[in-house]
Structure formats: structure tokens, C-alpha cells
Design a protein around this ligand. Structure first.
Ligand SMILES: [Zn+2]
Length: 372
């Protein structure tokens, strides 16, 4: 099959023998014995951190360093075939500016949908999140994010930080009702809401509140998965997180407790993803590069982990393209169809035979322009 691109969009698809154009007037890219796929979409990245063994500390690096590094990391991501990405949390509006620069064509980067910073309950999660206590503060936090240019809301459900838990407080201070407030506020403004949930209590709450996507979900149980199907909540499993943690546990010689945490995440995650496949939860691919130990530019590894959990290579590819486009709200991207924006990746092998072929990038096109 051949594809003709005109003005940044897919103009024609068909066998080369039926093509009516003239070689003299177009640039030809040889795809013989190669495979053309839609541009990949990573639904969960953080370009403000490079990942690696001390990824959380990297979010607190000096702002000039974070900003310039984010540009490099976004380019690395693009070179690995990611033409669209959701940046789901960055300090000081870095990802929002990055998205603007990408859209203006000033940098080589994926098309980015950026959340501002993480919204979390006071006393939980990371110190550089935007914290709230009561429902009205939660609404204000969401409005403030939108005012500052966020195009996506990211809420982090998490247990109390050590010493912050008040007497008799629930394990996770968020509850379904409070999270519904966030969902309502985000949707009212026309924005999607992504929810970090990575312990059993958070998974239970996030699965039932009607968020657009549940991120990580390493401890989702059957009832949670059923609730997600009913609520049409996507799962973004980010298995690269524990995969990278297991690597660093060995390579950097982490303390035993951290190694055990990585192993627990692996077990919980694989069970959750297998259950999600069986239950019919919509799965969109996300690596959490930067936000966990996983580094940028390695989306192929996430697809491989999906296949290890029982997804067919074809379905892993769909999770990274058309399903991701539905979650992100990019209807003009995600498939190779006439009229769609020509975000395409040319591979040197067929990923339907071996999903690892996603590593063999021959060319990347964004809006019809070759960028890698
Ligand atoms: Zn993350």
C-alpha cells in the first residue's frame, strides 16, 4: 500500500500501481518491506524530569535546567515515534510552555496536551503539587490550573505522607464524592481529568468517580474494573514504572524495602492489566517516563509489557494509537485514513509480528513533515 500526503494530511491510500500522481512533482519515501503505522501516542509522560533512579529529585532542579532539559526530552520522545503526548504534571507551568512552543513549531517535539501541576490533598503526595483541603479549594485549584493554561486536569489520589495523617483520618483523604467534585469542575470547563491512583484505596475511589482516565492502577480489583467499564474510564497502566524500578533496584543497589515495592507493583500491575483485558476496560498506552524511574524515548518497552500481559501486538498498537487518540480527544489523529493529519511512523519491521519492531524507526512524520 502507498500513502500520499498533501498539505499535512493523508490525501490518498492505495496500491502503488494505482497511484495517479507524478514522481516528478512529489518527494517519494521508499516503504518497501517496511511498515507504516500511525504516529504513536504516549498518554502519560513528564518532560520536566528525565526519569532514572532519582527521578523525584529531578523535578526540583533549578527551573532553567528543567526547562531546557524538557525540550531535549520531548525531542527524544519524538524520535522514538511519539507524535502526540499528554504531559500529566510538571512544576511551574513548564509543560504548558513546552506545549505552546511545540505547537508554534519552535521545537522538535510531539504535539503535547499538558496538565499544569498535580492537584493533591494537603498532607499527601509530592511537596510541589498544588494542594487543597476542602471541596471549594479543590474547585479553585482546578480553575487556577485552567487559568494558567492547562488543557488537562491531573488529580493525584494518594495516602498520607508520613506524620501528616490526622488522628482517625481515612487512609486516603480523597473520597468518591470529593473526586466527583473535581470531575464535575473539569468537565464543566470542557477538560478531561486524569487521576493518579496507585494503592488499593485510591484505585477503588478513582474507578467509581467518573474520571476520564485512571493512571497506573497497579492495585485494581475486579469490582473496580467493572466500575471502570460502566464509567467508560480508560486505564493507562504505565508498566514501564516497575520495569525500570526493577532495573535500578539491581543497577543502583536500592534498599530492600524499595526492591520489594518494585516487586509488589509488578505483581499487582500484571494482575490488574490482565483483569482489565478480560473485563473489557479500554486501555491506552502511557509510559510515565520522567514521572517514575522510566526514561524517555522507550515507548516500545511499554508495548512489549502489554503483550507480556496478554494483549495481542495489534491491540498494544491500538492502545498506543487509536484508543489513545480517543482518550486524549485527538479525532484527527491516531489512524491512517484519508483526511487525517499525517502523523506517521515508518518501521523497518512489522510490529504485528513482533511488537519490538517499534524500536526500528526508519522515519517519523508530523503533519506530513519528516521530523526524524
Ligand atoms: Zn506520572
Amino acid at each position: 500500500m502507498s500513502v500520499e500526503i498533501r498539505d499535512g494530511r493523508i490525501h490518498w491510500i492505495g496500491p502503488a500501481s494505482q497511484w495517479q500522481g507524478s514522481r516528478a512533482t512529489v518527494r517519494i519515501v521508499d516503504g518497501r518491506a517496511r511498515t507504516l503505522i500511525p504516529g504513536l501516542m504516549d498518554c502519560h509522560v513528564h518532560y520536566s524530569s528525565p526519569g532514572g533512579p532519582d527521578w523525584i529529585a529531578r523535578f526540583s532542579d533549578p527551573l532553567p535546567e528543567i526547562s531546557t532539559r524538557a525540550i531535549e526530552l520531548a525531542e527524544a520522545s519524538l524520535r522514538s515515534g511519539v507524535t502526540t503526548a499528554r504531559d500529566v504534571g510538571a512544576p511551574q507551568g513548564v509543560s504548558i510552555r513546552l506545549a505552546h512552543m511545540a505547537r508554534a513549531g519552535e521545537i522538535k517535539a510531539p504535539n503535547i496536551r499538558a496538565a499544569g501541576t498535580w492537584i493533591a490533598h494537603r498532607g499527601t503526595y509530592v511537596s510541589f503539587a498544588r494542594h487543597f483541603g476542602r471541596a471549594h479549594e479543590l474547585r479553585d485549584a482546578i480553575r487556577m490550573e485552567i487559568e494558567e493554561g492547562a488543557e488537562l486536569i491531573k488529580v493525584a489520589l494518594s495516602g498520607w505522607n508520613e506524620d501528616a495523617r490526622p488522628k482517625d483520618a481515612a487512609e486516603v483523604p480523597f473520597n468518591e464524592k470529593l473526586l466527583s467534585v473535581a470531575v464535575q469542575e473539569a468537565h464543566k470547563a470542557g477538560f478531561k481529568i486524569a487521576c493518579h491512583a496507585n494503592d488499593p484505596a485510591s484505585c477503588r475511589i478513582a474507578a467509581r468517580a467518573g474520571v476520564d482516565s485512571l493512571e497506573h492502577g497497579m492495585f485494581l480489583e475486579q469490582g473496580d474494573l467493572e466500575a471502570m467499564v460502566n464509567n467508560k474510564t480508560f486505564l493507562v497502566p504505565t508498566m514501564s514504572v516497575w520495569d525500570a524500578m526493577l532495573y535500578y533496584a539491581h543497577a543502583v543497589d536500592w534498599p530492600e524495602a524499595r526492591k520489594k515495592r518494585a516487586e509488589d507493583l509488578r505483581q499487582g500491575s500484571r494482575a490488574a492489566v490482565t483483569g482489565a483485558i478480560r473485563s473489557g476496560v479500554q486501555i491506552a498506552l502511557g509510559t510515565d517516563a520522567g514521572g517514575g524511574a522510566a526514561r524517555h524515548g522507550r515507548i516500545a518497552r511499554e508495548a512489549e509489557l502489554m503483550v507480556e500481559c496478554g494483549l495481542e501486538p495489534r491491540d498494544a498498537l491500538i492502545a498506543a494509537t487509536s484508543t489513545a487518540s480517543k482518550l486524549i480527544g485527538e479525532d484527527e489523529r491516531g489512524t491512517i485514513e484519508k483526511g487525517k493529519i499525517a502523523d506517521l511512523v515508518l518501521l523497518d519491521a512489522n510490529p504485528l509480528e513482533n511488537v519490538g519492531a517499534l524500536r526500528l524507526i526508519a522515519a517519523v512524520f508530523q503533519g506530513g513533515r519528516r521530523v526524524a
